[in-house]
Unconditional design. Sequence first.
Length: 157
Amino acid sequence: MARTIDKLSATIDKILKARGMQSRLPEYRISSRWAGTVGPAIARHAQPRTLRGGRLLLIVDSPAWMQQISLMKPEIIGKLNSNLGAGIVRDIMLKLGELSSSPMQSPEREQVPAVISREEREMIDQSLHQVGDDEIREAIKRMIEKHLLRTRKESGR
């Protein structure tokens, strides 16, 4: 009997699709790579909030930085698409506001406890049952659980 081993990225994609989280993946990537992509100066004054239909909404902490960032839109879009994949960000919208400690999260969202349900654990275990090495399987399992908890916390679910 021949065993096939899926790539880690394929396994994670299956889990994300099953949880309905794959469409938000570009948002999470932007958020996690924001400071490294745009640099610390811009990151201190602007945060990504949402990405819908290729439009990235940035919250900016001052009118001066809004003007500066509006002049840098093409450069920022180019950097983001270079790091995330062409066409992910087509436009940037700017909104004056207070920066949050958690980018890409709407302030009205309520925080929920970080718990992996029994069904989620079973789904993860079932997805990873073909991984033969116990140590690798447990490491992947912890990574997926951590990702689920983080995305749940960010999305307010």
